[in-house]
Design a protein around this ligand. Structure first.
Ligand code: BGC
Length: 748
């Protein structure tokens, strides 16, 4: 219920300060700054610190007091719009100044309608679909009272032992940047004050994906050049695109925890990039400065974080406990607190919360609208990567009876992957259900073989084998349950868990055509299982509409067009493994593997180059790789010139032809190499890509613009330099650029 008792005060503040921006140029930064200054002028220290406090949902009655007395200005994890409106009403009408609440939630890959995990979305290489997916998620979440999402995660990850690789766009900075920007556009639109817009949050700033040995929260060692060339670009692009907020990361970077890292949060973010959005800590991360060993207590932690430039304390309770005393004792200047509060209030103004604080509940939930489900299905289908196909797929039309096997075939919860706080699994359509619809219930024999992906018993394997023996084709859905990837879910071994390998071997032994569909939160090491199968599809947890998407691909109604956003290694021990690697002084020209080494061979007999005796140097499937039911030819690149000067742009063109007999989409990828530079450079760097759809026999010219600035790399101190010299260029269907490159020179 609204307590009208205090309303006059809030109305007073609003009237005197003219806090409403309705009818004015809502986006004008100066306008907001004036209003913020006026507000700061009448806020008590306690009220200021309250604006820096972000609290997790508790019973709304308990939270109400904290909102009323101004001890918190933001909350996360309320998704009942009536509760949100109740708390908002207290903030606006009963707190002394009537400052609206900011309500956050992890809307990571869809809200109710679950999209593929971000790694899967990245595998689509389709930025329009990703943007549309984020837009739909924002519409669904905002209808439930959420106006701030902790997405996109733009951490690069080259080690899928790290469970959060599922939330990433994979290993490459350019692809990550594009995916991040598409999500930001979708969440925020170009008007944050639109009631369906969510403030996005670029996270985790920074380097979190480089956790040593893929173990979550672990330390990171990041030389300046890696920061400049790989870690920071997606964040910088997000900042420049106006992402509303940044979140600090849990890790330390070279010994300095990110949440107390002034160089990163102030020198880079605020000074270099001129970012004026809001910086929130990760959950409890200010408090964790104590566990890191850089702060003795909460007071110390608050001091470090505030000085570094963390505006908002998420559930760390350090600012609320210590900032007032730090100011009163003169250790922290109140002007520092003001500068943090300013960023929080600016976000609230940008979201239009002062004018329009409430969630409109009159039109009810907007979840599962037909267009949202259709988009989720389209994105799921485009995110599937065909890794192997001996011709078994698409399934022949004369196939009468199929065996559907494996623990992921009918796992409505698990197909949605990590971070689905709002999942209602009854809405998930599983592959089993979709295949029954496609083939007719009686033509599909379902024998899961294993109850779940960790099931070691194997008791169901004989029934699965019997089903396979009676079928014309076997579709085996394996992978990882949702809980096996995501935050705090690192793995030391990426082989299939439970008895999944045994199940696959037993099915392969029947001699029936066998297609594996791997549904997982990360690349798994599937070498021997892939070798035993006739076809392999990889589907990073595909979400609500994963079943229909996979059924369409298996039956050929949709032609697969996904490409790997991350390398699939042969063995876990190869990771970190990524295409963007350097040549080394000893690139492998030939390899001698373990079993062929003669007994008592001399030390140098293996060639002494950069590879593993027990698995060589190649991945199982490289970054950018993915097959189709058709074939494409990409012509040699044609360059507009054989040299460019600084400031000029080169045009790289090629002709792409669909040489098969079905329609399909190809992702045309532009890679370069700087073969001689003052710092050793990767053997390939992705610089651009385009996804195009072609009818059978159709050819299309594709052009890329490559500017001299795109040839820059970091020197040893992290400073960008552009050096003249020769460059190689490939246009290719994957990072395995097997053709001779074109070359051009950058002149002085
Ligand atoms: C995660 C963040 C997330 C936050 C809020 C943390 O544990 O690292 O990515 O946004 O919780 O739920």
């Amino acid at each position: 219920m609204i307590n009208k008792k205090h309303e006059p005060k809030a109305v007073f503040a609003a009237m005197v300060l003219g806090l409403s921006t309705a009818g004015q140029a809502a986006a004008s930064p100066d306008l907001f700054d004036e209003k913020i200054d006026s507000l700061l002028g009448i806020m008590t220290l306690q009220e200021k610190v309250g604006q820096l406090n972000l609290l997790n949902a508790t019973a709304p009655e308990l939270m109400a007091d904290k909102v009323r007395d101004g001890s918190t200005g933001s909350v996360l994890n309320y998704v009942n719009p009536d509760e949100v409106n109740m708390l908002q009403r207290i903030a606006v009408e009963e707190s002394r100044l009537g400052i609206p609440l900011l309500v956050g939630r992890d809307v990571i890959h869809g809200f109710h309608t679950i999209l593929p995990i971000p790694l899967g979305q990245a595998a689509s290489w389709n930025m329009e679909l990703i943007e549309e997916g984020a837009r739909n998620a924002a519409v669904e979440a905002s209808a439930c009272g959420v106006r701030w999402t902790f997405s996109p995660m733009v951490d690069i990850s080259r080690d899928p032992r790290w469970g959060r690789v599922a939330e990433s766009a994979g290993e490459d900075p350019l692809l990550t940047e594009r995916v991040g920007l598409a999500m930001i556009r979708g969440y925020q639109t170009d008007n944050l004050a639109d009631p369906t817009a969510l403030a996005a949050c670029a996270k985790h700033f920074a380097g979190y994906g480089f956790a040593e040995a893929g173990k979550d929260y672990s330390t990171t060692w990041l030389p300046p050049s890696l920061m400049t060339d790989v870690v920071l670009p997606p964040f910088e692009a997000a900042a420049k695109a106006g992402v509303a907020s940044f979140m600090t990361s849990f890790n330390d970077i070279n010994g300095v925890p990110a949440t107390g890292n002034r160089r990163l949060l102030h020198d880079v973010l605020r000074e270099q990039w001129a970012y004026d959005g809001m910086v929130v800590s990760d959950w409890d991360a200010i408090n964790e400065l104590i566990a890191h060993g850089v702060a003795a207590d909460k007071r110390d932690a608050a001091l470090l974080a505030a000085k570094a430039g963390v505006d908002m304390d998420m559930e760390g309770h350090c600012y609320s406990a210590s900032l007032p005393a730090l100011v009163e004792s003169g250790i922290v200047a109140e002007s520092l607190v003001d500068s943090l509060v300013r960023n929080v209030l600016r976000l609230k103004f940008r979201l239009g919360l002062f004018d329009n604080p409430y969630t409109d509940t009159s039109c009810g939930k907007k979840s599962y609208a037909r267009p949202h489900l259709d988009l989720a299905g389209k994105l799921a289908a485009e995110s599937v990567v065909l890794l192997k196909n001996d011709g078994m797929l698409p399934l022949r039309r004369d196939i009468k009876r199929i065996a559907v096997v494996g623990p992921m075939a009918d796992a409505p919860h698990d197909q949605c992957g990590t971070w689905v706080l709002d999942l209602e699994k009854e809405h998930s359509v599983t592959p089993l259900r979709a295949l029954r619809e496609a083939f007719g219930r009686d033509n599909v024999v379902f024998a899961p073989g294993l109850a779940h992906t960790r099931d070691k018993s194997g008791d169901g394997i004989p029934a699965a084998v019997a089903a396979a023996e009676g079928a014309d084709a076997v579709l085996c859905f394996v992978g990882e349950e949702a809980v096996m990837s995501g935050e705090g879910h690192s793995m030391a071994d990426l082989d299939f868990k439970g008895a999944q390998s045994r199940l696959i071997a037993a099915l392969a032994a029947t001699g029936k055509p066998l297609a594996l569909v791997v549904m997982a939160g990360r690349p798994l090491t599937i070498e021997k299982e892939a070798a035993a199968a006739n076809a392999v599809l990889y589907s990073f947890h595909p979400g609500t509409m994963g079943g229909p998407a996979l059924a369409k691909i298996l039956t050929g109604r949709t032609n697969p067009s996904g490409k790997l956003p991350i390398t699939i290694a042969r063995k876990t021990g190869q990771y970190p493994m990524y295409y963007y690697a350097k040549n080394t002084g000893r690139p492998p020209e030939w390899t001698m593997e373990l079993d062929s080494i003669p007994l008592e061979a001399v030390q140098s007999s293996t060639g002494c180059s950069s590879y593993y005796l027990d698995c060589g140097y190649r991945p199982l499937y490289p970054f950018g790789y993915g097959l189709s039911y058709t074939t494409f030819d990409i012509s040699k690149p044609e360059l507009s010139s054989d040299s460019i000067r600084p400031g000029e742009v080169l045009t790289v063109g090629c002709t792409v032809t669909n040489t098969g007999d079905v329609e399909g989409a190809e992702v045309v990828q532009l890679y370069i190499r700087d073969p001689v530079a003052s710092m050793a450079q990767p053997v390939k760097i992705l610089k651009d890509f385009k996804k195009i759809n072609l009818a059978p026999g159709e050819s299309r010219r594709v052009e890329f613009k490559l500017s001299s600035e795109q040839l820059a790399f970091s020197d040893i101190d992290g400073k960008l330099v552009v050096e003249p010299g020769e460059f190689y260029v490939w246009v290719s269907a994957s990072s395995e650029c097997d053709k001779t490159p074109a070359t051009f020179r950058l002149t002085d």
